[in-house]
Ligand binder design. Structure first.
Ligand SMILES: C[S@@+](CC[C@H](N)C(=O)[O-])C[C@H]1O[C@@H](n2cnc3c(N)ncnc32)[C@H](O)[C@@H]1O
Length: 269
């Protein structure tokens, strides 16, 4: 899957992610002088909230999309607390290990959670923490149903033959197990429903195209099919009973790297 995003549209449309990200940040205790890696920083809207809590700290803002990293770089120009890295998180290597890895709305885009957690573990100092929120089990299942119905329409079906969605909406138990297997301790994961209303079909169609259906539209030729697809899904959702909303479910992850890793403990015994 391409790692590129439309940073201009994301910046404009990411109010739900910013709201959840800020609320999740309230759960993370910070002294204010930590070195924090923001894994999947996007345009930096949530990173900005993180920096408000780090008057004497530093942030390494990492993202796989060049457009996102450039947008974040512009946002924080002149703030010497922030440095940037364009990197697939599955290839993450840091020069200096960090105190905390913080991440929002990103890990479900990277289905290989076992490999991801191993890379994150290595990037932490002993005793360092992981605090992340992303899409979890049951996330946007009604949106997915509406999307499947539109994918089956005659106009779109040929493009989606053999295509599979590569996202992972992990459950709490599986996530805790994967964190422990990666070497973390004190691993906790829990789901949090976040049904999110939309004012109208046009706004929802823009949002779907940029965010939720970002990888779907890539299989379609350029315009008018991409806009038409997102709009058709928005209309399909609008035609259902109840208010126009995306049935988001987030999963929260908290874990710590042991002060002594398992291999160090073996050396010491
Ligand atoms: C929905 S945005 C979230 C951005 C920001 N954290 C927020 O909450 O607004 C997901 C971000 O994850 C990044 N991303 C997705 N897969 C990635 C990967 N394999 N490596 C690095 N970044 C990735 C995308 O480029 C995008 O900026």
């Amino acid at each position: 899957m391409s790692l590129e995003w439309n940073a201009v549209f994301y910046e404009r449309l990411a109010d739900p992610m910013t709201r959840w990200g800020e609320a999740f940040l309230d759960r993370v205790e910070l002294r204010g002088d930590e070195y924090v890696l923001d894994a999947g920083c996007g345009t930096g809207r949530v990173t900005e909230k993180l920096l408000e809590r780090l008057p004497n700290g530093r942030v390494l803002a990492v993202d796989g999309s060049g457009a996102m990293v450039e947008a974040a770089r512009e946002r924080f120009a002149g703030d010497d607390r922030v440095s940037f890295l364009r990197r697939d998180l599955l290839e993450l290597r840091v020069a200096e290990p960090v105190d905390l890895i913080f991440s929002t709305a990103t890990f479900h885009w990277i289905p290989a959670h076992d490999r991801l957690f191993a890379r994150l573990f290595d990037a932490l100092k002993p005793g360092g923490r992981l605090a992340a929120q992303c899409g979890g089990e049951g996330n946007i299942s009604r949106v997915d149903e509406a999307t499947r119905r539109v994918m089956e329409q005659e106009r779109f079906a040929p493009y989606f033959e053999g295509w599979t969605d590569e996202k992972l909406y992990a459950g709490a138990e599986d996530t805790e197990r994967r964190l422990v297997e990666a070497g973390f301790e004190g691993a906790g994961a829990w789901l949090q429903p976040e049904p999110t209303p939309f004012a109208g079909v046009e706004h929802l169609a823009d949002y779907l195209r940029t965010i939720i259906l970002r990888s779907h539209v890539l299989v379609l030729p350029e315009e008018p099919d991409r806009d038409a697809f997102a709009r058709a899904v928005a209309l399909e959702m609008d035609g259902r009973d109840g208010p126009l909303l995306a049935d988001y479910v987030r999963i929260n992850l908290l874990a710590r790297k042991p002060v002594q890793t398992a291999s160090q403990q073996m050396i010491n015994t």
